[in-house]
Design a protein around this ligand. Sequence first.
Ligand code: 13P
Length: 247
Amino acid sequence: MTRKLIAGNWKMNGGLAANESLVKAMLEGLASPACGIALCAPAPYLAQLQALLKGSPIDWGSQDVSAHEQGAYTGEVSAAMLRDFGCRYAIVGHSERRQYHGETDELVAAKAQRALALGVTPIVCVGETLQQREAGETEQVVKRQLAAVIHTVGHCISEIVVAYEPVWAIGTGKTATPEQAQQVHAVLRAQLAAATTNPKRVHILYGGSMNAANAASLLAQPDIDGGLIGGASLKAPDFLQIIAACA
Ligand code: 13P
């Protein structure tokens, strides 16, 4: 079985002092984790994470990356800049970016490709809205979102991480049931299997109100290879309990 991956997405939260105490509490509480761990912070704090996490079992990542290589793109952060100081992951296509910043499937795919080219692993988010779920479109939506990335990155698809995040479950306290999540993860796995000989190599994370109480039952599903955690990654005891649920 693949070693699971638990990634925290702090979103637009944090501050120098708060980050330091959060990370220190996490490192103190970490025994010998049975899973990979990553923290994705806002861009200004990446250097702080680099320093705090040096030599620890926790990797770190950004919450976005530019689709462009370099140049006149004010406000953007390139994959080369992230790689420059050892960034391991970049979240791309989070539903909040698709929703509030108009990111299309094609742009998300271009960002994933740019990250891969620089050795930064993209965590590609897919997921349906409540309206799409109620209209019976879940499978169609997530497959369309992943297909754009497969089309763009080709055989490198085995190098990405996928995160299934139903939009209706994000920050709402309404988690997908383990069965609902597994059903979609199985669809995504089958889609990956058609694109790569090694579909099991790709971690498919679940995200959306994952917490200390529901993590174990979600992580017990055969195609759930970890979690992308929002709110609960801002509290060390909760995040540590999710990590412990991987054992
Ligand atoms: P919550 O865990 O706060 O629901 O957020 C999930 C998420 O969007 C992680 O990227």
